[in-house]
Design a binder for this molecule. Structure first.
Ligand SMILES: *Cc1c(COP(=O)(O)O)cnc(C)c1O
Length: 385
């Protein structure tokens, strides 16, 4: 059966076979509980988990004890934001974030508003970047947390983490960054970027779904977090629950591969991205959403004037699997809050395509998709659909 070409790599990625191969022994032979300290089965699992902590720590320039495993970036964001809010409640109740964040950051912040916290949602410019002067102005004496993502999941824009971190450190404010789309794809360094908390996930970087981590700074400064899930006291009391060894092993392998291949892969993805943009941008009335250069190499996000968003997606769906500007979450059909934040009208935001090119896409696929997108837009315009 013919299946559409997969270009939705910001939603999730296929698991790399090398990752699955690394995981398999941890289902069968080394199935022990990493918390079992009395026998070899436990030790084997514990050794594997320890090794992955080292891989992840090295990837972001942290120490292994600062890695707290979670079920993914959603849980890591919730633990970071609610955990800090609870732990620093007496110090202040103001949080700063950005309108273009993932819902896994926005929704915990909105929840905290219902408890009496105040949240500033910074706007972005037409390229999707925050303004650092506006950011500084938003800081108050009772600001306890800043949460700003590394790479945007819709428009791929990379926020200036090092500059943000510098400002947070000067003011003694904890800096959290959702790096779900960034890990393995761009260099991340929690020391030079002065990041105190960072959310990670495996499934955007060719690892398995259902596993992620939160980096929690232990020194200069030591970050306190109130656990959001209580139980056996795993992960230094911050996240109880038996560790999912096979998923953790897969996460480590995925990040290891991504780091080893990062430079070459980014070059290839950038070429595919540029050749696709070259084809599509020959049409009139096409907008590139997000900063033209300061973005993920595999990301293209375009808005198409003069066509209906639903018709555009329908016209393409048998050929290519991608997301539209109105399908930001599986359950709602609202216009993308990210595209609206760039200043687009609802109808233009709806007539948008998020294209995520990934490791397993070929040049041929990108050529075919480019042609199909152009033909579809031309025929929709011709018949005024
Ligand atoms: C995918 C994604 C998440 C959610 O991650 P899960 O591991 O699926 O919970 C959070 N933030 C961003 C930016 C994402 O792209």
């Amino acid at each position: 059966m013919h299946r559409p070409i997969y270009l939705d790599n910001h939603a999730t990625t296929p698991v790399d076979r090398r990752v699955v191969d690394a995981m398999l022994p941890y289902f069968y032979e080394h199935f022990g509980n990493p918390s079992s300290v009395n026998h070899q089965y436990g030790w084997e699992a514990e050794a594997a988990v320890k090794q992955v902590r080292e891989v992840l720590a090295t990837a972001i320039n942290a120490s292994p004890e600062e890695i707290i495993f979670t079920s993914g970036a959603t849980e890591a964001n919730n633990l970071a934001i609610k955990g800090v809010a609870e732990a620093y409640f007496a110090k202040g109740q103001h949080i700063i974030t950005v309108v273009t964040e993932h819902n896994a950051v926005i929704d915990p912040c909105k929840y905290l508003e219902t408890l009496g916290f105040e949240v500033t949602f910074l706007p972005v410019d037409k390229d999707g970047l925050i303004n650092l002067i506006e950011f500084k102005k938003a800081i108050r004496s009772d600001t306890i947390l800043v949460s700003i993502m590394a790479a945007n999941n819709e428009i791929g824009v990379l926020q200036p983490l090092a500059e943000i971190g510098e400002i947070c450190r000067e003011h003694g404010i904890i800096f959290h960054s959702d790096a779900a789309q960034a890990i393995g794809k761009i260099p991340l360094d929690v020391q030079s970027m002065k990041i105190d908390l960072m959310s990670l996930t495996a499934h955007k970087v060719y690892g398995p779904k259902g596993i992620g981590a939160l980096y929690v700074r232990r020194r200069n400064p030591r970050v306190k977090l109130t656990a959001q899930q209580h139980g056996g006291g795993h992960e230094r009391g911050m996240r109880s629950g038996t560790l999912y060894t096979p998923q953790i092993v897969g996460f480590g392998k995925a990040v290891e591969i991504a780091l080893a291949e990062q430079v070459v892969e980014n070059q290839r993805l950038r070429q595919l991205q540029q050749s696709l943009w070259g084809v599509i941008s020959q049409l009139e009335g096409i907008h590139l959403n997000g900063h033209p250069i300061q973005r993920l190499s595999g990301n293209l996000n375009i808005s198409v004037e003069g066509v209906n968003g639903a018709a555009l997606l329908l016209g393409l769906q048998s050929i290519v699997a991608l997301s539209s500007g109105s399908a930001c979450s599986s359950t709602s059909s609202k216009s993308s809050h990210v595209l609206l934040a760039l200043g687009h009208s609802e109808s233009l935001a709806d007539a948008s395509l998020r294209i995520g090119i990934g490791r397993f896409n070929t040049e041929l696929e990108i050529d075919q998709v480019g042609q199909q997108i152009v033909e579809t837009i031309e025929s929709l315009r011709k018949y005024c659909i």
